[in-house]
Unconditional design. Structure first.
Length: 77
């Protein structure tokens, strides 16, 4: 995994996004809903999604990681 630091410009854009458009908790909820819907599509063996299974697997992981960063849910004890 390659971890890069984000630029100050990107940091500012993210702060503005979460200050002006959507709360981090709501974004995390949205990410989880999208992940759930995509997972259901894959599990139903939708032919078009099956062709992209590797990309989707990676996407599920990173969307969940972002959701957990925005609003830890799975790590809570």
């Amino acid at each position: 995994m390659n971890v890069n630091t984000i630029s100050k410009e990107t940091q500012i854009r993210l702060l503005n996004f979460f200050n002006d458009r959507i709360e981090p908790e709501e974004m995390a909820k949205t990410l989880r809903q999208v992940n759930f819907t995509l997972a259901l599509g894959v599990m139903s063996e939708h032919e078009e999604l099956q062709n992209e299974i590797t990309k989707l697997r990676d996407s599920f992981y990173w969307l969940n990681e972002l959701a957990e960063t925005l609003n830890p849910y799975l790590d809570l004890e």
